[in-house]
Design a protein around this ligand. Structure first.
Ligand code: HEC
Ligand code: HEC
Length: 143
């Protein structure tokens, strides 16, 4: 097995394949396409978004990789998602909203603990954007 193949297999096993599709659209409203009737109906994400290293600037260059977005849903279910090299994260697992989110950087041990009750939908970038909506402060940032 060539090293690249082994690495791809390891990523596959970890459930985070870096297909080119997974690296596009950082900072966008993921749910606008990843839903029944959207452009990516095969992957109807329940929660998806992007974590950035900077509060603004071109999304394609600001993504924070290897950061963990830990969600606890309204029913107590916990899901941990790792960002890919574009800063994108996504899951199709059933979630009840609102969710409480914590963003952790395993490299530094730093974390940002989000509020309970404010994150009421799964397309995180809808609110968490350089021009925020829904009372959010801005982009989701690496802690
Ligand atoms: C303009 C439409 C569009 C937007 C917006 C969009 N995507 Fe996608 N995405 C696609 C398409 C099309 C595919 C390829 C078809 C598929 O895999 O469902 C795809 C594929 C993916 C995949 C690969 C799925 C797999 O398991 O193969 C990931 C991961 C992904 N997108 C994440 C995201 C995230 C995270 C966001 C938001 C930050 C996002 N996408 C926003 C259209 C979009
Ligand atoms: C409807 C708008 C909305 C959506 C959608 C949303 N949030 Fe939030 N989020 C908020 C608000 C409001 C706050 C609190 C801001 C404050 O404390 O001033 C917040 C705060 C946070 C924080 C604390 C850091 C910060 O930027 O303030 C994190 C982390 C977070 N949200 C993660 C997420 C994640 C992950 C998702 C997607 C699963 C998500 N949010 C979806 C509105 C939203």
């Amino acid at each position: 097995m060539r090293p690249i193949t082994a690495a791809a297999a390891a990523l596959l096993a970890a459930g985070c394949v870096e297909s080119p599709d997974a690296l596009r659209n950082a900072g966008e409203d993921c749910g606008s396409c990843h839903r029944a009737g959207g452009k990516a109906p095969e992957h109807p994400f329940t929660a998806a978004g992007s974590v950035f290293a900077t509060p603004d600037g071109p999304p394609a260059r600001a993504g924070a990789r290897g950061v963990v977005v830990a969600l606890r849903d309204a029913g107590g279910r916990e899901v941990r998602l790792e960002t890919n090299s574009a800063g994108n994260f996504a899951t199709e697992r059933a979630l009840r909203f609102p969710v409480a989110a914590t963003i952790e950087d395993p490299a530094t041990g730093r974390r940002t603990v989000g509020p309970v009750g404010r994150c009421t939908a799964g397309s995180c970038d809808l609110c968490h954007a350089p021009v925020p909506a829904g009372g959010a402060r801005g982009r989701l940032l690496s802690p």
